[in-house]
Write a protein that binds this ligand. Structure first.
Ligand code: PEP
Ligand code: MN
Length: 337
């Protein structure tokens, strides 16, 4: 943090700032220019609040140098984090494909989808048993029955499973079944939920809120990490912009930026990012080209009959064709798939 003094600042005002730096437990580094004085706060000043200095007389501006997140930051941990999900390596050279229906609808459809996506080359099976729907009248998911079906589909297909947990109270129940906790976009800043999954040692798949900046997203990851759970993946799933022709705007910038700022594995979700199945393939390519470590794609055997998100779901054969195509692209960016 750097404190820039006003041109008119007096020696006494500068002295007060230096004393405040020292009172807070840091060293002050004074740089007296011809125009104005600049005071550097030396040390990890993340706990310090800008107003600690902004309120003092003679201060013009306070500039933060360090990102507010620490455990999530590449400064703290330069190497990529690699997460082992039941033997599937996430965040390594191989791109991770997560596929499956938006919602678990029935045992038969889930097992059919699981086997089809496994055959096509998926690494993890997704499916919501507790659904965060915008309307209370929409299908809310099958609850624990859905979790049991996911566990059965894991047995049948051999794929590890990922499913959403919506409240701290549900963490033990969902944790009994799942290999990865999904935190949905609408819950990205549910801090009680983040702290709750942070106490477990089950990997967490954190989806960026449609209303959050990249920095806020990594601060949400920081909540989970600070609980001691270091197995966090972050997913760009589209943000709200003025564009209404697509459901969301998939922030490719965000993927590239997160790869610079954090060591955590970064995913793209072209299904929720666009809302349109025809746009999944082109935006999936963009995610991989931007450096994503994996993709989450909704797949349904009969999208027209889906109980949620049919319009953004691929049929299994389209998913298989996409995986074949992406293998080439992965090689071009020095990865495999
Ligand atoms: C989902 O993955 O089905 C989902 C609800 O995603 P999001 O939280 O990103 O809307
Ligand atoms: Mn969905």
């Amino acid at each position: 943090m750097i404190v820039v003094m006003k041109r008119s600042a007096t020696a006494a005002e500068i002295d007060t700032v230096v004393q405040q730096v020292e009172t807070l437990g840091y060293k002050a580094h004074l740089s007296q220019g011809t125009e104005r004085t600049i005071i550097g706060v030396v040390g990890d000043d993340r706990p310090v609040q800008s107003h600690n200095f902004e309120m003092l007389a003679g201060v013009e501006q306070v500039v933060r140098i360090l990102q507010p997140f620490k455990l999530a930051s590449r400064d703290f941990h330069p190497e990529n984090t690699v997460i082992d999900v039941r033997g599937v390596e996430v965040g390594g050279p191989k791109i991770t494909m997560i596929a499956g229906p938006c919602s678990v609808e029935s045992r038969a459809m889930l097992i059919e989808t699981a086997c089809a996506v496994k055959e096509a080359g998926a690494d993890l099976l997704r499916g919501g048993a507790f659904k965060p729907r915008s309307s209370p009248y929409s299908f809310q998911g099958l609850g624990e029955d859905g979790l049991e079906m996911l566990a059965e589909a894991r047995e049948e297909s051999g794929l590890p499973i990922i499913t959403e947990v919506m409240s701290p109270e549900a963490v033990p129940l969902v944790g009994k079944y799942t290999d990865v906790f999904q935190i949905g976009a609408r819950n990205m800043q549910n801090f009680a939920l983040l702290l709750s999954v942070g106490k477990t040692r089950t990997p967490v798949f954190l989806k960026r809120s449609m209303m959050a900046t990249v920095q806020e997203t990594l601060m949400a990851a920081e909540y989970v990490l600070s609980g001691g759970n270091r197995q966090v993946m972050v997913c760009e799933r589209g943000i709200r912009t003025f564009e209404t022709a697509t459901r969301n705007t998939l922030d490719i910038n965000g993927i590239a930026l997160m790869k610079q700022w954090t060591h955590l594995p970064i995913f793209g979700d072209p299904s929720h990012g666009t809302g349109k199945w025809e746009l999944i393939a082109p935006t999936a390519r963009a995610c991989i080209a931007a450096g994503a470590d994996g993709l989450m794609i909704e797949v349904h055997p009969n999208p027209a009959q889906a109980m949620s998100d049919g319009a953004q779901s691929l049929k299994p054969e389209k998913f298989a064709a996409l995986v074949r195509e992406l293998k080439q692209l992965a090689l071009a960016v020095g990865r495999t798939l």
